[in-house]
Design a protein around this ligand. Structure first.
Ligand code: RBF
Length: 353
């Protein structure tokens, strides 16, 4: 009897311990809030166009990937929105509608307005847009670069080239700019600042401005470049995505020069691409995405970064620059860079809300 009772007590104790153990285990993994904390931070990158051939988009993807890799607890999905701009709002809406992404990242000056609109239907969704500007949407953070300084750096260099700075400079004081399309940042900032920089070298310099009409047609870009060279242009700034390759091909055939915008472009045509302004969009994308993952990114604000902040540069370190560009030209351009460091250029953002 006594022995039986002891055994029963032991058995019920054992059962009790088991129940406690099981419930601890179950409770330990059950609550939804804990699961949410452990789930990786999820990022989607919406590329308004295609990545290949567009310097800013290549930097965007590189920077976000680096942040995600480094954080160790985040995932990223890259979505190419294609060249039909009428489809971009739908593409962003689809991503937001999944509710799967903690952050949607994109880049170009037309995106903040689209994102702000989509955001009205998905008020919890967070967005980061680079190369664009918006203030006052509590779920939208933007990072823009001082493109007046950036275009001025290219323009001053073009001015040095067209006034005789390079072996194949001609006598005409004419520089070229090819743009993928017209948009406020191009028409109101990049184009005038490019000419302003050139005219700081010689006030007689004229600008031949052409529009490709898309961001991919290298054949048509080559035709437009030929037409510019026929009119006495000897140096062309190409901001035309995949079209840039056509400009390089023409310039190579006809001993003219190309300037690159946004990322370092010398390797695309050594001796042909002879100048390259830089925006550190990759670095900004990396830093801001990492802050978002860590929960410290401030939303609702738009920041503007320029030469003095270290985010707008001119690549004077590339071996091709040193090899192909005469020393006196490099020295004069270095002086300009120093001037902009000491005295940033004022920058009126087109369409700032
Ligand atoms: N730049 C590119 O290199 N590739 C593109 O596909 C591209 N698409 C654009 C579409 C729109 C609607 C706008 C406003 C700009 C686009 N840009 C593109 C230009 C880019 O945002 C930026 O202005 C330039 O790269 C100069 O920094």
């Amino acid at each position: 009897m006594v022995r039986t009772r002891i055994r029963r007590t032991q058995i019920s104790l054992l059962y009790g311990a088991l129940i406690v153990l099981l419930s601890t285990l179950l409770l330990g993994c059950a609550p939804a809030e804990d699961a949410a904390i452990d789930r990786p931070y999820s990022v989607a990158v919406f590329v308004p166009g295609v990545v290949e051939g567009s310097p800013t988009y290549e930097m965007l993807v590189e920077g976000v990937r680096r942040a995600v890799d480094e954080s160790g607890n985040a995932t990223v999905r890259i979505v190419e929105g294609g060249f039909n701009q009428a489809e971009w709002a739908g593409g962003i809406t689809s991503l937001a509608a999944t509710g799967s992404y903690d952050l949607i990242v994109s880049s170009n000056p037309s995106l903040p307005e689209i994102v702000n609109e989509v955001s009205q239907s998905f008020p919890e969704q967070h967005f980061l847009v680079l190369d664009g500007y918006w203030e006052g949407n509590p779920r939208l953070r933007t990072v823009m670069f001082n493109q007046r300084e950036q275009a001025y750096l290219n323009g001053y260099f073009a001015g040095l080239v067209t006034t005789g700075g390079m072996p194949d400079s001609n006598d005409a004081l004419r520089i070229g700019l090819l743009a993928g399309q017209e948009y406020p940042m191009m028409n109101q900032v990049i184009r005038p600042a490019f000419l302003e920089g050139a005219q700081a070298v010689n006030t007689d310099i004229e600008l031949d401005f052409r529009v490709l009409g898309n961001w991919f047609d290298a054949g048509r870009a080559a035709d437009l470049a030929n037409s510019m060279l026929d009119r006495g242009v000897d140096v062309i700034l190409s901001i035309a995505g995949g079209g840039n390759q056509g400009v390089i091909a023409t310039a190579r055939d006809r001993n003219a020069y190309v300037l690159w915008f946004d990322s370092s472009g010398f390797h695309h045509g050594p001796g042909v691409v002879i100048g390259s302004s830089l925006v550190k969009l990759d670095q900004a994308a990396y830093e801001r995405t990492l802050e978002a993952i860590e929960g410290s990114l401030e939303f609702g604000v738009g920041e503007v970064l320029g030469v003095a902040d270290g985010y707008v540069r001119f690549d004077d370190q590339d071996p091709n620059y040193i090899e192909y560009v005469p020393e006196d030209v490099r020295a004069r351009h270095a002086d300009l860079m120093q001037r902009l460091m000491d005295e940033p250029m004022e920058f009126a953002i087109p369409g700032a809300n």
